[in-house]
Design a binder for this molecule. Sequence first.
Ligand SMILES: Cc1cc2nc3c(=O)[nH]c(=O)nc-3n(C[C@H](O)[C@H](O)[C@H](O)COP(=O)(O)OP(=O)(O)OC[C@H]3O[C@@H](n4cnc5c(N)ncnc54)[C@H](O)[C@@H]3O)c2cc1C
Length: 395
Amino acid sequence: MKVAINGTGIAGSTLAYWLYRYGHEPVLIEQAAGPRSGGYIVDFWGHGYDVATMMGIVPRLRESGYRVKEVRFVGSDGRRRGGFSTDVITRTLNSGFVSLRRSDLASAIYATIDGKVETIFGDSITTIDDDAHGLHIGFGHHASRRFDLVVGADGLHSRVRELRFGREEQFEFYLGYKVAAFELLGYRRRDELTYVSYAEPGRQISRFSMRDDRTLFLFVYRDPNPGHGIPATNAGRKAALRDAFGNVGWECPRILKAMEGAGEIYFDRVSQIRMNNWTKGRTVLIGDAAACVSLLAGEGSGLAMTEAYVLAGEFACARDNALAGLEHYQMRLMPLLQDKQKAASRFASSFVPKTGFGIALRNCLSSLMVLPPVADLLLGRQLQDDFSLPAYAVR
Ligand SMILES: Cc1cc2nc3c(=O)[nH]c(=O)nc-3n(C[C@H](O)[C@H](O)[C@H](O)COP(=O)(O)OP(=O)(O)OC[C@H]3O[C@@H](n4cnc5c(N)ncnc54)[C@H](O)[C@@H]3O)c2cc1C
């Protein structure tokens, strides 16, 4: 089967890997001019980690990633007010865990298919037409082509979803925050393998020291207005961050000043995508395009890989009946994704507390996580689930 996959992110490349292994002919289409670099850091664990193990990429992920030791909440004087050792996470998970750049995860996955799977960079699917012979797919710049199946793996703001299922507003559930991330070279100070975070009511700024003297900064702030646009340019994004964080203490004035020299700034709404159906005829959605859980779940990349693995496996099991494969994929995964979304939205109200009291309470509770029952209460339900990764026979 010829399968067009829009988006060479986490989900798209994982799907291409497994479809290729099952003997199909995936073609990846990516709007960026080449593999994307930089971006934010993701914690990678759970079923996605198991899929990565099967793909043989874990050694590379460990090499490019970090074994974060501590999450530290600080006050305006920089002194520790709360936080926890990540031992509590690895103990609860009882499995692998690594933190790495999202782009390094995507590159490691893409390396497994580079040279084997056709990839069209710098383009996007722009039209999808069904007929008796399959799908006629149009691109922005390349000539249209025929495929048997089309997959939207193009993230939160999926173009394939919009083309086949309707406008984003119908499916986007805004969680009340805006998020921004960027990297700086040579920022002082550094705290190795420690995620340092400072909060004031409704606003939080965090930094993580990386290799090669780089530091990643993550800004999250409450904004009740989802329509309050996401600036299209880097200059607009910097201005929005100056507006939102201009009077925040701690190292914030220094970080905002240093931000002026930053390269690409990631900026978006913190939202989920909630749908009752991920398939329409021969079109199917995976990853954030289908069921974005948001950064609050801390597992979106692992879930995106899980969805790709299951979709390819169900597709292979269904043999000639591709549509049945798509249906089984959705039946197997929808309950898991819905549970993850519910857990993340429950957590949303306390992610960046609204008041000084809320921040103090969060700091205090986080310090109690050295006690296993408290850790189980606060993290256990978020980290564990009832889903088992199915085993599929690969040639
Ligand atoms: C700040 C932040 C922190 C996060 N932290 C974590 C974490 O700790 N742990 C975790 O597991 N997850 C985390 N996530 C979530 C995780 O990044 C996503 O769930 C994951 O990247 C989803 O993978 P995906 O392949 O579906 O989408 P993406 O990784 O977004 O990939 C989509 C791809 O499609 C391409 N694309 C987009 N539009 C088009 C188009 N029209 N045509 C062609 N190509 C297109 C994009 O360029 C991109 O390459 C975080 C997210 C954010 C924003």
